[in-house]
Design a protein around this ligand. Sequence first.
Ligand code: COA
Length: 186
Amino acid sequence: MFFYQPIQLKNGQKCILRNAEASDAVRHHAYFVQTHKETDFLLTYPDECTLDIISLERQLKETKCSGTDVEICAFVDGKLVGSAGNSLIRNCDKMRHRVEFGISILKGYWGLGIGDALTKSCIECAKNAGFLQLELEVVSENENAIRLYKKHGFVEYGRNPRGFLSRDGHWQELVLMRLELDVSAK
Ligand SMILES: CC(C)(COP(=O)(O)OP(=O)(O)OC[C@H]1O[C@@H](n2cnc3c(N)ncnc32)[C@H](O)[C@@H]1OP(=O)(O)O)[C@@H](O)C(=O)NCCC(=O)NCCS
């Protein structure tokens, strides 16, 4: 699904939102490692990016051509600073209306409006793809993310107290959130 949008950040800088491309694979990998080092709120650890560059190139290319999934990157001065995406949860008749959302921004670029813009863009893409429900799971201590999601209309529908088990042995509770795209999306 094609996406391109220039935006202005809260600090006045220009930012380009566009699809991740195969040619972004090397910097996307570096970005993945950095974002996953900077927070303990994401699903995986930095060393769990199992895709090599060739496979990542293929995946980004396939996603760009997909009618369901999307990966939108944010670039400031040509640097990849954020990424968000939607992926179909399961391709069967009873679940083809549900899509999962994920997002991360480099720490140095938090608070500038990139999360807002990427979330809005992914909601738009999910609607355009015909989905009826956008879903996500977020660590319950991740207050900034929860505030972002609520701002865009997501509502909590449950909690999983044993959602993540971190390497140091502690549980991370997950909040399950959803957004009905045919009625409530902004
Ligand atoms: C959560 C995250 C995506 C927010 O991105 P961001 O670019 O910093 O967010 P924005 O500047 O666009 O802010 C958008 C909204 O998010 C919420 N928010 C973000 N940072 C906040 C903060 N420090 N305090 C309070 N609310 C905050 C607010 O609702 C804000 O809207 P407002 O400015 O009108 O109050 C970013 O902090 C991040 O990547 N964190 C690490 C990865 C992660 O946790 N991903 C989500 C996993 S489920």
